[in-house]
Design a protein around this ligand. Sequence first.
Ligand code: FAD
Length: 379
Amino acid sequence: MTTVDTPERRQLRELTRSFVTREVLPHLSDWERAGELPRSLHETAAKVGLLGIGFPESVGGSGGDLLDSMVVTEEIIRSGGSSGLIAALFTHGIALPHIVAARDEALIERYVRPTLAGTMIGALAITEPDGGSDVAGIRTCAVRDGDHYVVNGAKTYITSGVRADFVTTAVCTDFPKSGSLSLLVIDKGTPGCTVGRRLEKLGWHCSDTAELSFVDVRVPVTNRVGPEDTGFLAIMQQFAAERLSLATQAYATAQRCVDLAVRWCRDRRTFGRPLVGRQVVRHRLAEMHSRTEAARAYVHEVAERVAAGQPVVTEVAIAKNVAVSACDFVVDAALQLHGGFGYLRDAEVERHYRDARLLGIGGGTTEIMNEIIAKGMGL
Ligand SMILES: Cc1cc2nc3c(=O)[nH]c(=O)nc-3n(C[C@H](O)[C@H](O)[C@H](O)COP(=O)(O)OP(=O)(O)OC[C@H]3O[C@@H](n4cnc5c(N)ncnc54)[C@H](O)[C@@H]3O)c2cc1C
C-alpha cells in the first residue's frame, strides 16, 4: 500500500467520485460546448471541501498535501471528468501558491480565502505572445510610480483568464532591461486590463483560455507578491507542483482510456468474436496498461519526495515526460481500438485524445523538460 492509498484518501476518493457523478457528469457536455464552467461549480466544490485540498486551513483551505491533490485529480478523471475540467476548476492551484508562500496576510484575506470559498476565480499569467518557454525573457513591464506600478504588456493562453477576477501576473520590474521578475496580483476590473480575446482550442473545451492586455494598468505596490525581483524564483519553486499535477492528469487520463478500451474490446465483436479474443488486441491493451502503471508508479514516487521537501527538479521533469509519453500512446491506441466510434464527439476517448495533447505543452514543454533532464545529467 502506497501512502496514496490510506483510509483518509479512500474517503477523499469517494467524496470526489460522488461530486463528479452528481455535479459534473450531467453537465460536462454542455460546459464543453459553452467553453467554460459555471461559477456556481466552484462554490459547490468549495462547500464539499474539494476546492481547498492541498491548501492549509489557516488560509481557508481544507488541508492535505500534494498527494491529496493528486488523489482528487486521479478520481475526477477515473469518474469520467477530464483534464480540461481540472484545469478550469482548479486554476487556483497555479494562481494562489505564490501568494500563500509569501505569507502576505492582506493578499491572503483578499484573494486566497474567497477563491478557496469558490466566490472568486484566479488565474496565473506568465506566457506572453512572444514566448512562454523562456520565462526570464518576459517583457510585460511594471514601472514604479509612487505607491503603484504602471503595467504595460500582454499575456496569452491564460487558463480561466476570461472568467478570472484577478490574475497573478509575472512582470519585469527592471525595465528597460529584462530578467528581474516580480509577481503582481492584478484585479481584472482595473482600468486598462482587458481580455483581448477568448481563444478557441483543440481540446480543454470547458476551460476558458484568454489573451490579456495591459495598458497603463495602475496596480498598488501592496499587490506585489513577496519582495521585488523574487518572481523568477517563486515561479520556478511552484513549477514542481504544476508539473506533477499535469503528470497526474496524464497517467489518470491514460488509466481512464485503458478502462474504456478494455470495456469496449470485451463488448465489440468482429468476425464473430469479441475484439479481446484476438492476441494482437490483448497485447495492445497489455502495453497500454503497462505504460500507465509504470508512469503512475514513477510519478507517485517523485511526488512523495516533493511532499517530503526533497529537491527533485530533474525527477519532476522526468515524471512529466514519462507520464505524458504514456498518455499520448494510450489515448491514441484507445481511440484506434474504438474504430469509427472513437472519432465521434459521443465517444469519451475522443475528448481525452484532444485534451491530452496539451499535457506535453503546458507547465513547460516536453523539450524544456528534456533541457532540465540533460542539465541534471551534467550535459
Ligand atoms: C490550453 C493552454 C493553457 C495554458 N495555460 C496557461 C496559463 O494558465 N498560464 C500561462 O502563463 N501559460 C499558459 N499556457 C502557456 C504554456 O505554458 C506555453 O504554451 C508553453 O510554456 C510553451 O510556450 P510557447 O507556447 O510560447 O512555446 P515556445 O516557447 O515558443 O516554444 C515553441 C516550441 O519550441 C520548443 N522550444 C522552445 N525552446 C526550446 C529550446 N531551448 N530547445 C528546444 N526546443 C525548444 C518548445 O518546446 C515548443 O515545442 C497555456 C497554454 C495552452 C495551450
